[in-house]
Write a new protein. Structure first.
Length: 321
């Protein structure tokens, strides 16, 4: 996905080679699992604001590739039967949360007078799967770079907060692994933060969260078609998240091909390292410029929508699930 490029503002002006060395050093720490996913995200935020990001041009491409690679790799650690059961349990809640969030987002966009396309991108990102949904919907509504980057900024900021807040709330409420995994998949925007938060909570939470979130991501297709009708763009191209098919294939191999058991744990370990690096790179996009470019109204819309879907998901899980 491409976002609007801006001149970085940071506290210390240092040699580009020193910038690259610091950046590489943190990635090495990620490779050896010395730092956790939440800490990697935090270090990314600190790095970009203190020293700058020497690889800003390549960040978006690297995030997309690593996230998809990591998600497919995690499939080798999951059982297809258990995943199907989790997907069925989360289906009704997924449908309810997606359409109620989109409706509320439309209302809030008009109430806050948020630019129409930006508002729709934020709503879709919150309702479905964060940056992936925005990247898929943007060409359908033919949004410009500024509209797309504002929506991505809102989602990335809230994702970063979720990675720290959700496990804390889950422990305070003594949520089970199953309930926390389902809540993550419903209420956290991006797959990267969903997996990061669920992985911190436990293995069962990770399996449920990943499966339900990827099933949720398939809603990109019908929502893209609906968006094309609403915005009257009949010739828009719809992006299908093909990596989800590879995730399912990996899960089937792990479940029904016994020989996979030899390499599966190693693949899962590498996938988790890839996820940690992904979160570091996402953190490295959250500069002061990003915060300034988002603006108060889009951010307020994003926060209200996020609170709505988080509360709706939690109440539904605790009292009706």
């Amino acid at each position: 996905m491409k976002t609007k490029q801006q001149t970085s503002v940071h506290f210390f002006e240092i040699n580009p080679y020193t910038q690259q060395a610091i950046f590489a050093f943190i990635i090495v720490l990620c490779l050896f699992s010395i730092i956790s996913p939440p800490l990697a995200l935090l270090l990314g935020v600190i790095l970009v604001n203190v020293f700058g990001n020497p690889f800003e041009k390549f960040n978006a491409t690297a995030i997309t590739f690593l996230l998809q690679f990591s998600v497919v790799g995690l499939g080798f650690g999951m059982n297809a039967t258990a995943a199907l059961s989790a997907g069925k349990e989360g289906f009704l809640l997924t449908v309810l949360s997606i359409f109620s969030t989109l409706l509320l987002g439309t209302f809030l966009g008009k109430a806050f007078k948020t630019e129409k396309k930006t508002s729709h991108l934020i709503s879709c990102g919150t309702a479905i799967c964060g940056g992936s949904a925005i990247a898929a919907i943007a060409p359908v509504i033919k949004s410009n770079e500024n509209q797309t980057s504002i929506a991505l900024g809102v989602i990335f900021i809230l994702n970063s907060v979720a990675l720290f807040v959700f496990p804390f709330i889950g422990h305070q409420l003594d949520l089970s692994q199953k309930d926390f995994g389902l809540w993550c998949a419903i209420a956290i925007h991006d797959t990267s933060s969903v997996v990061g938060a669920a992985n911190k909570y436990g293995t069962e939470a990770l399996q449920i969260a990943t499966t339900v979130k990827l099933a949720r991501a398939l809603w990109i297709i019908p929502i893209s078609l609906l968006t094309a009708v609403l915005f009257k763009n009949k010739n828009s191209k719809i992006k299908i998240p093909y990596f989800i098919g590879l995730f399912i294939l990996a899960m089937l191999f792990n479940t029904y091909v016994p020989q996979t058991a030899v390499i599966a744990p190693h693949i899962v370990s590498i996938a988790k390292i890839g996820l940690t690096i992904t979160l570091f790179l996402i953190g490295a996009t959250l500069s002061v410029n990003t915060l300034k470019s988002v603006g108060a109204k889009p951010l307020l819309q994003g926060v209200v929508l996020w609170i709505f879907i988080a509360v709706l998901g939690l109440v539904s899980i605790l009292f009706f699930h």
